[in-house]
Design a binder for this molecule. Structure first.
Ligand SMILES: Cc1ncc(COP(=O)(O)O)c(C=O)c1O
Length: 392
């Protein structure tokens, strides 16, 4: 039976109306998201912690190394795209070479590359946590981990942020033999505070669980050669899986899951974002390899970042600043409207900062999230703090 053209049009109209209504509800609630260009403002909102996304020396190295690789390839080699998913036609020597070198840098037996941190987390959590398992997650986990949990059949328990007593209380409710996963971030993306990683590793001895650590905000910026906080603390062998993302301190995009060779094979078999997606392009993977070599040698940038964090903290006089000692700093302004107004003042003064509103953060915890990089200038930090702390 064919539907008339007018039927189809009215369906399309009502579908479109659904979207319009949902958007206007968001707008009325003051929660409408929209895209803006921040190009001309002084950066205080990117995750480019070492300034590598803008680094010309790195960009020249990436171009030169790609050109050298390309010139050695025969006519039948895909040079612009990978040509398929890894399990079909998209597995290439340059990708396996990168994964091996990346695993070695992070002192892990194996690494598996994903196109983004979101996909890595989604694929890892959704495929690992089975029906008969229990997965314990910190309340402030990133959306990519939460979405992985939503797809996983395991029972989910949420513990208070960084609160080990609460975690123990939940763990004690399950038999020793139940397989338990605990998921944390080494540095939390909204508050910039650090997970009690050493205490968690100690807790494993008495409470029998496996630990998964998302190192998105620590990779490249912390640890020897930028290998992350777990390596800095020497606990890498006690972590079941680590996720390092490349869109932040590495100044690129993508992510690896680090762990055993068995974990790598398991993800190749069961992680759907890995299996059913075109693998990253040769240019992407080769640029990651070049970036990795650059990151390993970037101690001076890691030191500059730490110096900037230290200096920024000395400028803070108001009680509205959060506790963080990392590149993610927070200035609390209660209420969605008030925090938006404060952010608009800072933007008008030339600073790229973003208000983080409810429901992204709990009510009453609205804040301006500020990120520092190795190249943030002292003058910009002084002026930003003045602007935020002024009552204008
Ligand atoms: C803690 C955390 N994990 C994962 C991701 C996702 O990584 P990607 O941007 O590479 O998809 C982010 C991104 O903001 C993050 O903050």
């Amino acid at each position: 039976m064919f539907r008339s053209f007018t039927d189809k049009m009215s369906n399309t109209n009502s579908a479109n109306n659904l979207l319009v209504n949902a958007l206007s509800e968001r707008k009325e609630a003051g929660l409408l998201r929209s895209l803006t260009l921040v190009g001309h403002l002084t950066d205080f909102c990117s995750n480019d912690y070492l300034g590598l996304a803008k680094n010309r020396e790195l960009s020249s190295q990436i171009s030169a190394e790609f050109a050298a690789w390309e010139s050695q390839q025969g006519r039948d080699v895909p040079i612009n795209g990978s040509s398929g998913s890894r399990l079909i036609s998209g597995n290439h020597a340059y990708t396996e070479d990168f994964e091996k070198a990346c695993a070695q840098m992070h002192q892990a037996p194996a690494a598996l590359l994903f196109s983004s941190g979101f996909e890595a987390n989604l694929g890892l959590i959704a495929s690992l946590a089975q029906k008969e398992h229990v997965i314990f997650c910190d309340k402030l986990l990133h959306a990519s981990l939460i979405d992985g949990l939503r797809l996983a059949p395991a029972e989910r328990r949420i513990f208070k942020h960084n609160d080990l007593a609460d975690l123990v209380h939940l763990l004690d409710q399950y038999p020793q033999e139940t397989l338990k996963w605990v998921v944390v971030e080494s540095i939390y993306s909204m508050d910039g505070d650090v997970a009690p990683l050493e205490a968690l590793v100690k807790l494993k001895e008495s409470h029998n669980f496996e630990l998964i650590v998302d190192e998105a905000h620590a990779g490249g910026a912390y640890g020897p050669e930028g290998a992350g906080l777990c390596v800095e603390l020497g606990i890498q062998d006690s972590i079941f899986a680590r996720v390092i993302t490349f869109g932040k301190a590495w100044g690129n995009a993508g992510a690896v899951v680090l762990g055993s060779n068995e974990l790598r094979s398991y993800l190749i078999n069961f992680a759907r974002p890995f299996i059913y997606s075109t693998s990253p392009t040769p240019h992407h993977v080769l640029s990651l390899h070049t970036s990795m070599n650059f990151v390993r040698k970037a101690d001076s940038l890691r030191i500059a970042l730490q110096d900037n964090i230290h200096y920024f903290k000395t400028l803070q006089k108001s009680a509205d600043w959060g506790e963080s000692n990392t590149a993610i700093q927070t200035f609390f302004v209660t209420g969605n409207e008030a925090v938006r107004t404060k952010a608009a003042q800072a933007q008008a003064a030339g600073f790229a900062v973003k208000p983080i509103v409810f429901p992204t953060v709990p009510k009453g915890k609205e804040r301006i999230r500020i990120t520092l990089t190795a190249s943030t200038s002292s003058e910009a930090m002084q002026k930003l703090v003045e602007t935020l702390e002024s009552n204008a």
